[in-house]
Write a protein that binds this ligand. Structure first.
Ligand code: WTA
Length: 654
């Protein structure tokens, strides 16, 4: 851990205003501490009471936690419930006509959907799925744009007990194929096209390409939502139009009553090998995490208008678009487009237009919008805002202060939420009516989350010292397993080094003298580019799949807007290219990666060498490559290097 050192020192602190605190869901530090004490003292009844209070059960559970097969924990496992019932049906008695979704399309057109209407649409689509033979336990891959139907599709799967796996619409055919294959999906749901920034995204064509790559034999049908007028290629035996599928379906669909531990969904995420991991979440525990954290972290009240800008292809879009807000019966904005179209005021315009009170976005979006117009928010009436949130990567204090002052008018607490695909819901974040915030810190764990920072031996580190971020007790919304690979689950998340007792998050962090958590970055070979997790191995495998490439190593370097940028060191099979030739090959390889994985994984920079710096045992010295990528002087010991002359070559090729 000697390499993990904290250099950030931030002393500003912002407590909530008295007015905010008094009206808050968790009003003040005493209330927060009381909840923490309760959780510490009576861990099981703390979660058990919450599960009874916040979820509607068809059959109540009699046992809160079963640890007998640790780390394969089971929560509430003899209870039965349905997630879609909890997100929709149970609000109908009081709030049938409340707006659930305010959809703003790429071109600015707005569609409002009430809870009653959402219920009708979900039921009809669920019946449509059943008519295609989809049943409990089947996997359904959803490859959709950010439209109402994406949420309808997810909720419909939950309604009939099918396990959805949403694949982000920016992933390429290869990435889609891998996920479909790993999940063994029977059905794919897509759109003819998506619309982003005025341009069509050919989702159906990419789906066809993915299936043509082979290995998707489990797929029986492709359901296609018509978003634009374009006519996709059509396979009459396989493809089904969404509108035709739902046309004559009944408007009621009895929910499938699921066991608490039945899988709700799989979501693939990057790890430190080339193969993405299918993170498997449960029904009850996951939903409890989503519903409870939503009300705590955003201080949710029934007349709020919530807007999370994440795509449903990521965990944030699952928990804080599809499940958390709907589970609370909230009204939320969903947005099809991009923050810079038609211009970089889109977010501020939309907050004004829809009177958004709770706004949740990524630091990378904030940084790019500062650059495109630091004063732009001032042209709009943003007085509806109450709470601002960030997620996905550390936020630099400068961007935090701008968000706080210019967007929030110095009035809105900022909730910097630390969590992961694996944790299912926010773990470390300020409860805005209680915990004073500090720019750049995700502050304190939510009550019931036993987070700690430890050294290699598992002992807690002292304040100011970096260490491994761990969670010391199982909690309801934690990943249950890696789809099809329980061994990898155990090895990755409950490693032997800590006697299999702690959940290892894969981040390094330190705590300050007030016990506040500061996330420092990943400890594995995972990059965080614009808040997206990318495995360096995945990009390396894509590069070496190119016929020109012999070897590749990928590292990150700091980037002003994206947080991290991707730098690839490449050895070609032929001679090392130089000058124009090098630029041409580099451009081709960048496009190749975009095609193999998706644009988000495209390297920012490619450098060519005749070799890579390796130890005598043949191990690539990544630390050295990181220094090279950052243009730092090489201070590491290079005496173990097999081929020291290669360093100069890689330096010169910048
Ligand atoms: C990083 C996104 C600092 C972290 C919800 C984590 C953060 C990874 C924060 C998970 C934050 C997420 N501050 N870093 N507030 N939130 N991260 O699975 O490295 O896409 O391990 O989940 O993002 O990314 P994932």
């Amino acid at each position: 851990m000697s390499g993990i050192e904290s250099i950030l020192k931030e002393t500003r602190s912002f407590p909530p205003s008295d007015d905010f605190r008094q009206k808050a869901v968790i009003p003040g530090m005493e209330a927060y501490n009381a909840l923490c004490d309760q959780a510490n003292g009576q861990y099981l009844s703390f979660w058990g009471d919450m599960a009874r209070e916040l979820l509607s059960w068809k059959k109540p559970f009699s046992r809160v936690l079963d640890e007998s097969a640790a780390p394969f924990f089971k929560w509430f496992d003899d209870g039965q419930l349905n997630v879609s019932y909890n997100c929709i049906d149970r609000h109908l008695a009081q709030n049938a006509n409340k707006i659930a979704l305010i959809f703003e399309a790429d071109d600015g057109a707005v569609t409002r959907v009430t809870y009653a209407e959402l219920h009708r649409r979900v039921c009809q689509f669920a019946n449509g799925l059943k008519s295609l033979g989809i049943k409990k336990g089947d996997r359904v891959v959803i490859y959709m744009p950010m439209v109402i139907e994406a949420i309808v599709a997810m909720q419909a799967c939950a309604r009939i007990g099918a396990i959805h796996s949403v694949v982000f619409g920016g992933f390429s055919a290869g990435a889609l194929r891998d996920r479909v294959q790993d999940a063994g999906a029977r059905l794919l749901i897509t759109a003819n096209e998506g619309l982003r920034g005025g341009k069509g995204v050919p989702l159906k064509a990419t789906t066809d390409e993915a299936i043509a790559l082979g290995g998707c034999d489990t797929v029986e049908h492709v359901v296609v939502y018509r978003r634009t007028d374009s006519e996709p290629a059509w396979d009459a035996n396989r493809d089904v139009w969404w509108h035709q599928l739902v046309e004559k379906q009944p408007e009621q669909c009895e929910p499938e009553w699921m066991n608490a531990e039945d899988p709700l969904f799989i979501l693939y995420t990057s790890g430190s090998t080339g193969k993405p991991k299918g993170i498997q979440h449960s029904t009850a525990g996951y939903l409890l995490g989503a519903i409870n954290s939503f009300r705590w972290v955003f201080d949710y009240r029934p007349n709020d208008v919530f807007w999370c800008t994440a795509d449903v292809g990521w965990i944030t879009g699952h928990t804080y678009v599809c499940y958390g807000p709907l589970g609370n019966g909230a009204t939320q904005v969903i947005f099809e487009g991009v923050p810079t179209y038609p211009d970089a005021t889109r977010f501020w315009r939309m907050i004004e237009r829809h009177k958004v009170s709770l706004f949740y976005t990524a630091p990378t979006a904030i940084r790019s919008l500062i650059k495109l117009g630091a004063d732009a928010p001032k042209q709009f009436d943003l007085s509806s805002l109450r709470v601002l949130g960030t997620v996905g990567e550390p936020i630099n204090p400068e961007a935090w202060m701008w968000y706080y002052e210019v967007v929030g008018g110095g009035r809105c607490p900022i909730v910097d939420t630390w969590w992961q695909t694996e944790t299912g819901s926010a773990m470390i974040a300020p409860l805005p009516g209680a915990v004073p915030t500090k720019p750049g810190s995700c502050t304190l764990p939510l009550p019931g989350v036993m987070a700690d920072i430890v050294d290699e031996s598992g002992a807690p580190v002292e304040a100011g010292k970096g260490g491994f971020l761990v969670i010391k007790k199982p909690f309801p919304s934690l990943v249950r397993t890696i789809w099809g690979d329980p061994e990898r689950f155990k090895k990755t998340y409950f490693p032997e080094e800590f006697d299999g007792k702690f959940y290892l998050a894969g981040d390094s962090a330190h705590r300050d003298e007030n016990g506040y958590f500061w996330i420092m970055g990943r400890i594995d070979d995972v990059l965080n580019v614009s808040g997206h997790r990318l495995g360096t191995m995945e990009i390396e495998s894509a590069l070496v799949a190119n016929p020109l490439v012999a070897e590749a190593a990928v590292v990150g370097k700091p980037h002003e807007i994206k947080g991290e940028a991707v730098v690839a060191f490449v050895v070609l099979k032929g001679p090392r290219p130089q000058g124009d030739e090098a630029r041409k090959v580099a451009d081709n390889l960048k496009q190749w990666v975009a095609h193999e994985i998706g644009k988000i994984a495209q390297p920012d920079e490619i450098r060519f060498g005749e070799n890579l710096p390796k130890t005598r045992s043949g191990k690539i010295m990544r630390r050295l490559l990181r220094s090279l990528a950052r243009g730092e002087e090489i201070v590491q010991d290079v005496s173990t290097l097999e081929n020291p002359q290669i360093l100069q070559q890689l330096q010169e090729s910048a």
